[in-house]
Design a protein around this ligand. Structure first.
Ligand SMILES: [Zn+2]
Ligand SMILES: [Zn+2]
Length: 273
């Protein structure tokens, strides 16, 4: 009986997603893009103040990989927007992943965008992701110095899903987030250059960093199609995912992309578990 009740609520939640996952306030009149987290909870959700090095997880300005840690990861850095511990965030990410709700990509990408724009000082990551973006026309006026005619060399790549998983879920949540980021910052997005070779055990279920690295090793490959390598060569690449556990998966992607000539590779995630 209890399970039946649970199932009923589950279905109702999917059909009538009208409550904020943070505070429970009704959002039935909100447009679909604004559902799931109310504006108040979105505001309350603090962006992460201190970024850490993706390899050693110690403080590092702007999330850059320490020079001394470069031999442990192919990532040049990792930008984490917020904390997984916020209930609304973990709820939303969970719903996004397992309940097939595409619109959740909107509040999550809003959090990503906010975290990128609202830091006090722009670092390497901002230089790279805002290379093609100017906020002059937007309401919060942040002036970004832009060299005229400078062609941006930054592209967005969603972390690929294994095709069985894609078929099961019907969408790649990393692609939906990537799309919002690319649209906002006026960057190109490519989901046809990096692929996942096999399905892997969820990283969250593996304890040691060494085993995680082993689990994901060789899981990604760059397409052999003509022209693909030219797209990667000398580019700054931002790999997007909703949540990461360690940086092992992003690091493995970075390794493949760098093998194929990428200049800088950064990870961008909503939260770290
Ligand atoms: Zn709320
Ligand atoms: Zn480090």
């Amino acid at each position: 009986m209890k399970n039946l009740e649970k199932l009923k609520n589950f279905i109702l939640d999917i059909l009538f997603p009208i409550k904020c996952l943070g505070c429970g306030i009704e959002l039935e009149n909100a447009e679909p893009k604004k559902r799931w987290i109310c504006p108040e909870c979105l505001k309350k959700n603090k962006i992460r103040e201190n970024q850490v090095c993706p390899a050693c997880e110690q403080f590092s300005s702007g999330g850059e990989t320490h020079y001394r840690c470069k031999n442990q990861t192919a990532l040049d850095g990792l930008w984490v927007a917020t904390e997984y511990k916020y209930e609304a965030i973990s709820e939303v990410i969970h719903k996004f992943k397992f309940n097939f709700i595409k619109d959740i990509s909107f509040p999550l990408s809003e959090i990503l965008i906010k975290s990128i724009l609202e830091v006090e000082e722009y670092g390497d990551f901002q230089d790279l992701i805002l290379a093609n973006f100017s906020q002059e026309s937007e309401e919060e006026e942040i002036y970004i110095e832009k060299e005229k005619n400078k062609k941006t060399e930054t592209i967005i790549v969603p972390i690929p899903l294994y095709k069985n998983r894609y078929n099961w879920r019907g969408f790649n949540q990393a692609f939906l987030l990537s799309k919002c980021i690319a649209d906002k910052f006026n960057l190109d997005i490519y989901d046809n250059l990096l692929f996942r070779r096999r399905s892997t055990k969820p990283q969250a279920k593996i304890r040691s960093m060494e085993k995680r690295k082993k689990n994901i090793k060789g899981a990604f490959f760059v397409s052999e199609r003509s022209g693909i390598k030219n797209l990667i060569k000398n580019k700054n690449i931002v790999i997007v995912d909703d949540v990461c556990t360690t940086s092992a998966t992003l690091g493995e992607c970075a390794k493949e992309l760098k093998k194929n000539g990428a200049k800088n590779v950064w990870g961008l995630v909503v939260a770290r578990r």
